[in-house]
Design a protein. Structure first.
Length: 354
């Protein structure tokens, strides 16, 4: 089968899952065509079954804003026509679902049938999509997709509650490549960061306010008074400057490392002991699943789809916005090796079953 995949090519969860899906389908013999404005970050190799089509965007003085949707629609029509696509899978509703609908109509005039599957990932529904300026288009595009999937039961409910959806939504949870996300001992790296055997705590995100990275720092501040620890912060974004300032105010700079964006995140996760994810909203929590696959227990909020992933008292703990509670539960996990490894093993087993 010849499959077109449209996604955002950045470090966000929707782009990561779309890319990993395409790679897995290619291994099964399908011809995969990625169509986006730059090479997806997880597309770290090519095979005879994978092609990448860059959307070229011309800049004209006439436009204050570059018409990306128009360029993407034209590229979809071009690829579908000349590569003979059997199906188009678009990830993230805005603007990909509406662009796919337009491309489908253009192709239909030419006698070409192109079924479209739309996968909803989270903020395209829970945040951006609810904006009144987007809602009519998002609703129309979802209802006119040939298939619709969501990454969690929570996101499915949110979609039906916030939009007038008549289409059926099937839940297909996010997934990871367990061959990539498995325990990979890097003792020399760990010893360099934690030379005295400190526990390693980690957080990874795009440093937006919704991720509540400041809570990670406050939890760590309390935890380190109970359990000798170091904190690794992976990622970058608009809140990074504020988080750096907070670390200085709390005198934590010696115990926190800002690692920025990392492509081989599994190599860092594999040496860590605890993952903290206090997000205000999280439709699935792909970063937590990646941590669990590397045998890293999770302290998280109980927002959105996280309870479908993080099992209370088994793979970690959940609490809603309570820093004291998160710090207390973190100490329970890290207090001794026996407790820690119980959670580590449970996380890995759970990740295999998702």
């Amino acid at each position: 089968m010849r499959i077109g995949i449209v996604c955002y090519p950045t470090f966000g969860g929707s782009g990561v899952v779309a890319t990993e899906l395409g790679k897995a389908l290619a291994e099964k013999g399908h011809r995969i065509h990625f169509i986006t404005y730059s090479q997806p970050v997880r597309l770290d190799y090519f095979s005879e079954n994978i092609s990448y089509h860059e959307v070229a965007i011309a800049k004209y003085p006439l436009f204050d804003y570059i018409p990306y949707e128009t360029a993407l629609t034209s590229k979809l029509v071009d690829v579908a026509r000349f590569e003979g696509l059997d199906i188009l899978h678009v990830h993230y509703a805005i603007p990909h679902a509406s662009v796919a609908y337009l491309a489908k109509q253009i192709l239909a005039v030419q006698g070409i049938v192109l079924p479209v599957v739309t996968t909803l990932h989270g903020t395209d529904i829970t945040l951006v999509g609810k904006d009144s300026s987007y809602e009519p288009v998002v609703t129309f595009a979802i209802n006119h997709s040939d298939g619709v999937t969501a990454v969690s039961e929570s996101l499915k409910r949110d979609t039906y509650n916030n939009f007038k959806i008549t289409n059926e939504i099937e839940v297909i949870p996010n997934f990871i490549d367990l061959k990539r996300f498995s325990k990979k001992a890097k003792d020399h790296f760990r010893k360099a960061i934690a030379p005295n055997g400190e526990r390693l705590v980690v957080h990874t995100s795009n440093f937006r306010k919704v991720k509540r990275v400041q809570d990670v720092v406050h939890v760590f501040d309390k935890l380190r008074k109970e359990v000798p620890s170091k904190l690794l912060l992976i990622g970058d974004g608009p809140e990074r400057h504020n988080i750096e300032q907070l670390c200085r105010e709390l005198n934590l700079c010696d115990d926190i490392r800002f690692l920025g964006k990392q492509e081989m995140i599994e190599e860092i996760l594999s040496i860590c002991d605890l993952f903290i994810m206090p997000s205000e909203t999280e439709s699935f929590g792909l970063a937590a699943l990646e941590a669990m696959a590397c045998q890293v227990p999770v302290i998280s909020s109980n927002a959105g789809g996280i309870p479908e992933l993080n099992i209370q008292g088994v793979t970690g703990f959940m609490s809603n916005g309570d820093i004291e509670d998160k710090a207390k539960n973190a100490a329970i996990i890290l207090k001794d090796d026996e407790s820690l490894w119980k959670f580590k093993d449970a996380g890995f087993i759970t990740s295999e079953g998702i």
